[in-house]
Design a protein around this ligand. Structure first.
Ligand SMILES: NC(=O)c1ccc[n+]([C@@H]2O[C@H](COP(=O)([O-])OP(=O)(O)OC[C@H]3O[C@@H](n4cnc5c(N)ncnc54)[C@H](OP(=O)(O)O)[C@@H]3O)[C@@H](O)[C@H]2O)c1
Length: 354
């Protein structure tokens, strides 16, 4: 992916067999994601002395992958390009000078834009980081983006103590489910806002089973019943906004004085409006977070990323952090998975088995 500083997928070496890859080929176009992506045979380049040959095992379809295909993401590769920013693979061969990885290790990308929707890949050693291979496959495949985003947002913006509260919208998203679990492991209350749906009760139970303190519908944020929530937990110090629009404004109304709202996603495609009163009378802080930037900012002191992954994997091993609800989809059914990933109220992450 030249646009991301990666080697071209069409590098000509033919020392290795062809692999399957989901290549998006047409001009970036908001409406025609399914027409844009093809399953193609592409050649693998030769393995350089600092490279590793990876057998990709599983890769999710995240909103950022769709946005990249649509051409609305902050990182846009030159086309044609291989889709997928996240996933897990196993090392099957290493170049002569590779030191940090060995055959059998599991690895995930260090950065976005690597192109994980493919069966095999030759990556530079420095482009991937190892993760333990004793955690569930789906946890590993979905570890590098959403749990890391949740972790950083809970740690980097407010000094949260056991008993404190946070509020978040899109609470059933991959990020939201990780926020619930990481917060619960630290004794932090979560007030979780989701859109209304016929199966609200079921979803509510599911989120409570992973540690949600309260689960409420968007509408409830504007109703007197919200007062009931604050009888059992304090007003939140932190609001996490993955939606924007009215939903974000409502989160702000419930923040503690001096609290922070961190915007990390804009699923409604609506701008965030901050009431003047929230700024003047409550002095709220309105911030943003992008995990890709965090990873790039900390690439040179590499260990911080590793420390965070260790902590997350420890939670996974203790059963305190599970993968989001997932639908596993075989390679050849990728169109079904792409389609499902763009539908509302699915509440299940589509994961390609490679
Ligand atoms: N800034 C970062 O570093 C970072 C990192 C990871 C993710 N993200 C962003 O975070 C967001 C969630 O990602 P994810 O992987 O967790 O998503 P996901 O698991 O695919 O879930 C999507 C979520 O978005 C909600 N949603 C979809 N359309 C909506 C709309 N029009 N209005 C309100 N809610 C809507 C869905 O709710 P329903 O069930 O009601 O449809 C669901 O909760 C995305 O915008 C993604 O790009 C940002």
């Amino acid at each position: 992916m030249k646009g991301c500083g990666r080697r071209s997928i069409y590098k000509k070496a033919r020392l290795y067999p062809q692999i399957y890859a989901f290549v998006f080929i047409l001009t970036h176009c908001l409406s025609y994601v399914l027409l844009t992506v093809r399953l193609k045979n592409v050649d693998l380049p030769a393995i350089g002395e600092n490279d590793v040959l990876i057998k990709l095992l599983a890769a999710p379809i995240n909103p950022s992958d769709i946005n990249m295909i649509q051409g609305t993401y902050a990182i846009l590769p030159d086309l044609p390009s291989i889709g997928g920013n996240e996933g897990v693979g196993t090392v099957i061969e290493t170049g002569k000078k590779v030191k940090s990885l060995k055959v059998g290790d599991w690895v995930i990308p260090r950065d976005a834009g690597l192109g994980t929707w493919r069966t095999e890949a030759v990556f530079a050693e420095e482009d991937v980081i190892s993760v333990p291979n004793d955690i569930p496959l789906l946890s590993a495949a979905t570890l590098g983006v959403n749990p890391c985003t949740a972790f950083r947002m809970l740690v980097d913006f407010e000094d949260l103590m056991p008993g404190d509260s946070i509020i978040q919208n899109a609470a059933n998203s991959g990020v939201g489910q990780a926020v619930i679990q990481i917060a619960a492991s630290r004794g932090i209350n979560t007030i979780n806002v989701v859109r209304d749906r016929p199966e609200f009760g079921q979803l509510c139970e599911r989120l409570k089973a992973i540690g949600a303190t309260h689960v409420i519908k968007e509408e409830a944020l504007r109703r007197p019943e919200i007062k009931e929530v604050f009888k059992s937990c304090p007003k939140p110090k932190l609001a996490l906004n993955g939606v924007g629009g009215k939903s974000a404004t409502e989160l702000l109304r419930h923040l503690q004085t001096g609290g922070s709202m961190v915007t990390y996603g804009g699923m409604s495609r609506q701008p965030v409006t901050v009431p003047v009163s929230a700024l003047i009378f409550k002095d709220v802080k309105v911030r943003g977070f992008w995990v890709t930037q965090w990873k790039r900012d900390h690439a040179s002191d590499g260990s911080l990323f590793g420390v965070m992954l260790d902590e997350l994997c420890s939670l996974i091993r203790q059963g305190k952090l599970t993968a989001p609800a997932c639908t596993q989809v075989a390679l050849q059914d990728f169109h079904r998975a792409l389609d499902a990933s763009m539908q509302p109220f699915i509440s299940s992450k589509q994961v390609l088995l490679l």
